[in-house]
Design a protein around this ligand. Structure first.
Ligand code: HEM
Length: 537
C-alpha cells in the first residue's frame, strides 16, 4: 500500500472515528492481576464467508486517492477550504474524488477509506462482528498503554480499547449506564443542575436580552457539571461564579487535552515517529487530569465507605462501577468526561438554534411542555418526562441537521467489496453521513427543520417521513454493540435542559446562520448570542 501521500482524517470525531494506531502489539493485563481473562473468554466465531464480489473486484490501491499536491491545493494553508468545516470538506472531497476515496496513511497512521454510499455503511456495519473495531485516538491509547500503564492497570477504556478487552469493559458498563432504570434515577439530580444553570443564564442576558458571545463556554460548563453528577457523584463547581483555582485549572486542562488530541490525532502530525512539543504537552495535561479525577474518585470511595448505600438498586453509576473494580470506575469516569461534555453541549446548541430559527415549532413544543410543566419551574420527573414526543422529535431532527459528531467509522470485520473495490479486513472506513443527512435524495426537504418527520400518524401531519430514509444514514449515536454508551444519559440531559429553556423563554436568533467548525467534535463557530425573552405564563 502506498504511503507517500498526505494523510488527514477529513471526517473526524473523537469517538465516532478516532482514526489511528493499531495496538495489537501492546500486551497488557486487563485487571492488573496475574490472571488474563483473554485466556478464559472464547473468541467469538468470526464471519469467514467470502464476499461474492471479491474475485472480480478492483484492487484496494485503485480506489481514488488525493495526491499531496491536490490535497494541499484545496485544503492546505492557502487552499480555498483551509477554514472549511467538515461538512464543506466532505462535500468537496466527494466532488473531487467521487463516492469512495482513500486517504493514505503516513507517519504511522492507518489508511482510511471514506465512502458516501449508504449501502456501504450498511455493509461495513453489518459485518463488524461481535467485537467491532473503531480505531483512532492513538495519543489516548499511547497515554494509557505505554506512557502510564501503571495508572490504568490494563483498562484501556471503551474509547480506546479493541477486541476482547473492549468487550469485557462494555459488558461491565452496559447494564450500569444503559439501563432506563438507572437513567431515571438521575432525572432529579440532572434537573437540579439545569435549574441552577437557568438562574445563571437569566443573569447573563444583556439589555437586548441576548446571551453573551461566550455562551458556548457556559453550555460546556453545564455539560461538565452534569457529567460530574452522573459519573463522579460530585458537584465539580464549574458553574460557580467564584471558581477555585483548582476548578479553573480543571476546565483549562480538559480544553487543552481536547485541542491537543485534535492536533495530534486528526491533523497530520509526526508524533508517532518523533515526539513533538504538543505530544509532551498532552501527556502532561493527561497526567494532571488523571490526578484531579483520581482525587474525586478517592473522595467518592471514602464517602461511600462512610455511608454505604443500603439499597443495592439505587446505587449510583460510580458506586456500581466501584463494586466491580476501582480501575473500571476510574477509566469509565474519565472517558465520560472526554466523550460526554462537548458532544452534549454541541447537541444542545443545535437544538436551541433550530428552535430559535423556527418559532412555530418552538411554540408547538412549548404547548407540549406546558402540559407537563404547568409553571415555568415545575419539576421534571421520570414519569412526566415519558410524555414528550414532540421534544424527542425536535432533538432527533436537530441531531440530523447539526450532529455533534461527523459520521461513523468502523474497521472492516472481513474482506469486503465496496463500490467494486476490494477493502481488506481491518481497514478503517469513514462514513459520510454528515453530508447525506442534509441532502435531497436522502431526506426530503433536508434544509427544513421538520420534527414531524420523526413522528407517525396524525402527528406527522402530511410531512415526509424519516422512516422512508435508508436506515444507515442517520446514526447520531452510532450503531450496534459499539454505539454510544452515554446516549440515554445524553438524551436525558438534553431533554431536561431544552425543556427548561423553552418553557421559560421565547428563544430567538438575530445573526448569521449557525456554522460548526472542525475539532474532535463539531462545535459552533459563531457567537451563541441567543435572545431570550421570558414568556409570560
Ligand atoms: C449528544 C451527545 C452524544 C453524541 C452525539 C455521541 C455520539 C457518539 C458516537 C457517534 C459514538 C460512536 C459510536 C459507534 O462507533 O458506533 C459514541 C461513542 C461513545 N460515547 Fe457518545 N455521544 C454523546 C454523548 C455521550 C455521553 C454523555 C457519554 C458519557 C456519559 C458518551 C460516551 C461515549 C463512549 C464511552 C463511547 C465509546 C463507546 C464504545 O466504543 O463502546 N457519549 N458517542
Amino acid at each position: 500500500m502506498g504511503r507517500s501521500h498526505l494523510s488527514i482524517c477529513p471526517y473526524v470525531c473523537p469517538f465516532a472515528m478516532l482514526k489511528l494506531t493499531t495496538v495489537n502489539s501492546l500486551r497488557f493485563r486487563p485487571f492488573g492481576g496475574a490472571v488474563r481473562w483473554r485466556s478464559a473468554t472464547a473468541q467469538p466465531a468470526a464471519d469467514t464467508s467470502v464476499d461474492p464480489e471479491w474475485e472480480n473486484a478492483l484492487p484496494f490501491e485503485k480506489i481514488p486517492a488525493p495526491s499531496l499536491i491536490g490535497f494541499l491545493k484545496e485544503f492546505g494553508p492557502f487552499g480555498k477550504y483551509k477554514d472549511g468545516n467538515l461538512y464543506d470538506i466532505n462535500k468537496r472531497l466527494r466532488e473531487l474524488y467521487g463516492p469512495i476515496l482513500r486517504m493514505n496513511g503516513s507517519f504511522g497512521r492507518e489508511d482510511l477509506v471514506m465512502t458516501f454510499v449508504p449501502e456501504d455503511f450498511e455493509k461495513v456495519l453489518r459485518s463488524e462482528g461481535p467485537w467491532p473495531r473503531r480505531t483512532g485516538m492513538d495519543s489516548f491509547v499511547y497515554y494509557r498503554k505505554q506512557h502510564r500503564p501503571e495508572y490504568f492497570k490494563g483498562y484501556g477504556g471503551l474509547l480506546a480499547e479493541q477486541g476482547e478487552d473492549w468487550h469485557k469493559m462494555r459488558t461491565i458498563v452496559n447494564p450500569i449506564m444503559m439501563q432506563p432504570k438507572v437513567i431515571r434515577q438521575y432525572v432529579d439530580k440532572v434537573d437540579t443542575v439545569a435549574r441552577e444553570f437557568m438562574a445563571i443564564v437569566h443573569g447573563l442576558r444583556d439589555e437586548k436580552q441576548e446571551l453573551p458571545a461566550d455562551f458556548n463556554e457556559w453550555l460546556n460548563r453545564w455539560a461538565l457539571e452534569t457529567m460530574g453528577v452522573l459519573v463522579l457523584d460530585a458537584r465539580l463547581g464549574v458553574l460557580d461564579k467564584d471558581q477555585t483555582p483548582e476548578v479553573t485549572h480543571f476546565i483549562d486542562l480538559t480544553k487543552e487535552a481536547v485541542t491537543l488530541f485534535y492536533q495530534l490525532d486528526i491533523l497530520p502530525s509526526i508524533w508517532r515517529k518523533l515526539k513533538t512539543p504538543a505530544f509532551y504537552r498532552l501527556m502532561r495535561a493527561l497526567d494532571e487530569l488523571y490526578h484531579l479525577i483520581a482525587a474525586r474518585i478517592d473522595e467518592a470511595v471514602i464517602r461511600m465507605e462512610k455511608n454505604p448505600s443500603a439499597d443495592q438498586d439505587t446505587l449510583s453509576i460510580l458506586e456500581k462501577l466501584l463494586k466491580v473494580d476501582r480501575n473500571a470506575a476510574f477509566t469509565m469516569s474519565m472517558d465520560s468526561l472526554f466523550a460526554g461534555v462537548d458532544t452534549t453541549s454541541s447537541g444542545s446548541t443545535g437544538i436551541l438554534y433550530c428552535l430559535a430559527k423556527n418559532p412555530d415549532k418552538q411554540e408547538k413544543l412549548r404547548a407540549e411542555l406546558r402540559k407537563i410543566m404547568p409553571n415555568k419551574d415545575s419539576p421534571l420527573t421520570p414519569d412526566n418526562m415519558k410524555n414528550m414526543p414532540y421534544l424527542r422529535a425536535c432533538i432527533k431532527e436537530s441531531l440530523r441537521m447539526y450532529p455533534p459528531t461527523s459520521g461513523n467509522g468502523r474497521c472492516t470485520g472481513k474482506d469486503l467489496v465496496l463500490q467494486g473495490y476490494r477493502v481488506p479486513k481491518g481497514i478503517l472506513v469513514g462514513m459520510g453521513q454528515l453530508v447525506l443527512q442534509r441532502e435531497e435524495g436522502y431526506f426530503t426537504r433536508p434544509s427544513e427543520f421538520m420534527p414531524e418527520r420523526w413522528l407517525s400518524g396524525e402527528a406527522a401531519s402530511g410531512c415526509p417521513s424519516a422512516k422512508e430514509v435508508h436506515p444507515f444514514i442517520y446514526l447520531p449515536f452510532g450503531f450496534g454493540a459499539r454505539s454510544c454508551i452515554g446516549r440515554r444519559l445524553a438524551m436525558m440531559e438534553m431533554e431536561i435542559l431544552v425543556s427548561r429553556m423553552v418553557r421559560k423563554y421565547d428563544i430567538g436568533w438575530n445573526y448569521d446562520e449557525l456554522k460548526y467548525r472542525a475539532t474532535l467534535v463539531n462545535i459552533p463557530a459563531n457567537d451563541l448570542k441567543f435572545q431570550l425573552k421570558e414568556v409570560s405564563d
